[in-house]
Design a protein around this ligand. Sequence first.
Ligand code: G3P
Ligand code: CA
Length: 290
Amino acid sequence: MSYFLRCLAGLLVFSTAAHADTQALDQQRADLERFQVIAHRGASGQAPESTLPALVRAHRSDADYLELDIQLSADGHLVAFHDRELQRTSNGEGQVNDFTLEALQQLDTGRWFNAAYPDKADDSFVGLPILTLEEVFERFGHSARYYLETKAPGQNPGLESALVDMLERFEMISGGRVIVQSFSRESLLTLRELEADLPLVQLLWLPADDTPLNLEALGEITDYALGVGVNFRADDQTVLTENFIESAQTHGLKVHVYTVNEQEDMQQLIDWGADGLFTDYPERLLELVN
Ligand code: G3P
Ligand code: CA
């Protein structure tokens, strides 16, 4: 083949791949225009949070996204674990990022669930290990979408670059398979610097006091994020309002609300026009939206 033809063939392969990437990202954006069911730490109302059984249940239920909190082990591996401390949801003690992956993988992250929720206990939950993000991607691949939180980025230096490397390795960004969320604006801006195409969501916490909401600040979020993740309740008070949802949407932001487990609340938020909900019970939400 002549040099010219080789160049042309290379160009065609490149442009076809680039087109496929654009299509996948466009499809993800299009899908975000409809209501999204986000399985919070998997179907964590039915199985121990962030474990394989919780993810399998959520995936089977056809949730739009599997939500997981991501931290770094002491030796730099990405692990799915919510709390900074190990003790609530494992038989370990201390901070996640003080332990190597090998040490973390010795822990049991399922037994606590059986003790806390005897009515949902299952012998198969005993001994469930902490999952690495790599294991999650190997298990579900592009058959799922992922809504990953950079957890405690101040205590996990290097989390963003390790995460982007892993997402690129599994073609999760170009494949339209991932959103990354964080309470830390800095963490999101770091991610934006690393990968311009990565869809981002700014997490917000509305407090249960009379602090007036700074709705104008929502405009700044539009510069780097496609939406906000916001709490429905704080200290058992409803803090989110229909007006907040409308204001955010007026700024061009999607509004995904966490963490909503009762169908009455789910319906209220659907009626208010929320763009999606994080829930420990994706099947309950799917009953309402399908
Ligand atoms: O990521 C949305 C929601 O999960 C934020 O709260 O504490 O459950 O990570 P948290
Ligand atoms: Ca989270």
